[in-house]
Design a protein around this ligand. Sequence first.
Ligand code: DON
Length: 319
Amino acid sequence: EEIGQRASTGALPGWDQVDVLVDDAYRFALRGTGGAVADYIPALAQADPDLFGVAVAQVDGGLHAVGDVDVAFSIQSISKAFVYALVCQNFGHEQVMARIGVNNTGLAFDSVIAIELNDGHPMNPMVNAGAIAATALMPGSTPGERWEAIQTGLSAFAGRALALDDEVYRSETATNQRNRAIARLLESYRRIDTDPLDAVDVYTRQCSLLVTAKDLAVMAATLADGGVNPVTGRRVVSATVCRDTLAVLATSGLYERSGEWLFDIGLPGKSGVAGGIMAVSPGKAGIGTYAPRLDPAGNSVRGQLATAHLSRALGLNIF
Ligand code: DON
């Protein structure tokens, strides 16, 4: 059934009420039985398609969680949002806009033709081209230092030390010819300063970091909280960087489906092919979901349904 938007502004409902609504969203989204687990990265094909968890982290530090919220899975493309934030923190608004861009490609996340159509410009940091270019801009004089800065930075967003899934990393490394081609193409247009294959390797590692739906909720809540992790109380990035990151998530977080997502759900969000989605409700909360079955654009079917339900029930749509 269609639920009406509760209110577009104002505070979240009371604690018990949010608990009930998170539960409702979980049950509502169980009706999403379509979609398929990603298999272009062989290790991802082994995921249990029926796993499903929904978590909401409030900016006051409170957490609501239902289902498989402690199951770890690889963060995949959701890492792009946080690496971008870390790069913005180091490079600043103008530089990052010029070098990586903020506009949707209208094409798939691994599109090569999008690069060709735009004079080699990666267009935005959420597609693979822009994400690899962003990873190459991370501070550090070696790939090892850049990887360490990413692992430490994403762990600060989560409020705990995030570990690498070695099997996913090796599986993707063996099958990421397309990303290597994208990086070489960027190199040919002089859009990447470091060794392109080193950048792809660090990017592949960042995509293989293990998170849970709870982690995604806290990471999203850090962006909702102007850059302060609401659980640890630690500032990770500035409020300005959060604003820049959320703007890009709004235009490109769900790839070529970003318009539909914004139209239906009205929140900046980011998906990953392992089945995670995070959504950010500025000043209020972060939402993290995990459900491995994906639609054709690579976005979790149940994650989208649960987030849509929560956006309406909690009055989160920013418009
Ligand atoms: O580069 C890739 O293809 C993966 N490591 C990440 C892609 C991804 O998560 C797209 N998301 N929906």
